[in-house]
Design a protein around this ligand. Sequence first.
Ligand SMILES: Nc1ncnc2c1ncn2[C@@H]1O[C@H](COP(=O)(O)OP(=O)(O)OP(=O)(O)O)[C@@H](O)[C@H]1O
Ligand code: SF4
Ligand SMILES: [Mg+2]
Length: 328
Amino acid sequence: MSDLLTVNGLSRRFSDGGLFRKRKVFHAVSDVSFTLKRGQILGVVGESGCGKSTLARLVLRLINPSAGQVQFDGVDMASLSRTDMRRLRQRMQLVFQDPYSAIDPRYSIRDALLEPYRVQGVKPKSTDDTVSSLLDMVGLNGSLAASYPHQLSGGQKQRVGIARALALNPSLVVLDEPTASLDVSVQAQIVSLLERLRQELGLTYLFISHDLGLVRYFCDQILVMYLGRIVEVLPSDAAPAHPYTRALLDSTFEPDPKRRRSITRLGGEIPSGYDLPPGCAFANRCPRVTDLCRRVLPTLTTQGSGHQAACHHPLAAVPEVVEQRSVA
Ligand SMILES: Nc1ncnc2c1ncn2[C@@H]1O[C@H](COP(=O)(O)OP(=O)(O)OP(=O)(O)O)[C@@H](O)[C@H]1O
Ligand code: SF4
Ligand SMILES: [Mg+2]
């Protein structure tokens, strides 16, 4: 499989302050590198505020990086003219977390589905056929074309969001928490729809979620982010080597909520992105912390095939059984 997306040293800082206040710099994404192969699903997981959506916007070039490169299908996106960039955007699409905000409430579903064509200046052969085949592709009845977003359920709206993203035949779809606002049973339906579409259309996904259990089930490879940095890259069936990934996993897989070891019970505040510590950013919450951790920033080191962790004292590998992905 060839590489579709290559991200190298990607960083994004946001500045605060100005004329009368000292300017402060917030490190939202720091030195992120990864490769996504054609046809694969790469999961990005981490707690709220760790930089997942910022990374998505950087990959799609909706915002500019402070440093680093993104190559899509061998092309450095920074080298593209505005026109070439617009053309390339057809091949990389975003599905939002909130299907309510993604669709203009004044648009009928038909108009919402035809919007990507209008934006790109592309004329479909037959608008009626295009709308009904897009609805059919995501398992919706053609009669919904005349409806308005408020008449649809959350799951139906997310299906429309997915159909819109697929309208222009993209290669890469960035899914930013696509199931987070849905009920558990609807989440499962959307995940199996995404898997079916990936297989049928040969799509490549960057799948963002705060739910490590879901990401392990759905994705081939996982990036774990903490305070803007990748702390672990692992195949979805590998046992975590980083204590943060371990804690995320423990907080996900305990079915009894009373016994669930919440990530917050690790203790310690998450440091501010304005004032990052010199060593490991997880040090004040980590049960394995040593003086070395507080002083020296750990870099990603190999733990196994396709597996790296940024930790001075990684956990020993213990094989784990992970449910295999399947299409319902
Ligand atoms: N335009 C901006 N200006 C300043 N700070 C920003 C900006 N955009 C994002 N941030 C900050 O960067 C950090 C990362 O935000 P981001 O939305 O990427 O996190 P996230 O992992 O997607 O969180 P969530 O799971 O809640 O969606 C947050 O602390 C956020 O406040
Ligand atoms: S480097 Fe140290 S503090 Fe950071 S995760 Fe590893 S053991 Fe914990
Ligand atoms: Mg987000």
